[in-house]
Ligand binder design. Structure first.
Ligand SMILES: [Fe+2]
Length: 130
């Protein structure tokens, strides 16, 4: 499920590439459920957080550039960022299981890409962005 496939394409190559990379990181995190490497887990969580932030900025910048209504996206991005800040903190304290973080990330990203992100596909494609 965390593997990117064409059904996840939002019709904008740059965004697809970024989503692919994020799903790749989440897939790598899923592998840690078996291998249990704490150091790598913290490294990956930091990367998912940082790269997620970069992606949100790039996405919001692109959408703003074409006058797409940003509220829904900003709201979703903010709640994710808050959850991840908490998750990073809890993971360090060992109070939140990797399984829960992984499940949340997998669910959040697929729901977000297929939901809010998919909604800008036609809007941007009609304006020549692809
Ligand atoms: Fe996105």
């Amino acid at each position: 499920m965390e593997t990117w496939n064409d059904a996840y394409s939002v019709g904008v190559r740059e965004m697809d590439e970024q989503h692919k990379r994020l799903l790749g990181y989440i897939g790598a995190l899923g592998e840690l459920l078996v291998t249990r490497d704490d150091e790598l887990m913290h490294e990956l969580l930091a990367r998912i957080t940082d790269y997620g932030r970069q992606h949100f900025e790039a996405e919001e910048r692109l959408l703003a550039q074409y006058g797409y209504p940003l509220e829904g996206q900003q709201c979703a991005h903010e709640s994710y960022t808050e959850w991840m800040a908490e998750a990073n903190f809890s993971a360090i304290g060992g109070t939140l299981a990797l399984r829960d973080i992984y499940d949340y990330l997998r669910r959040w990203w697929t729901t977000h890409i297929l939901g809010e992100d998919m909604q800008y596909k036609d809007f941007l494609n009609r304006r020549g962005v692809s």
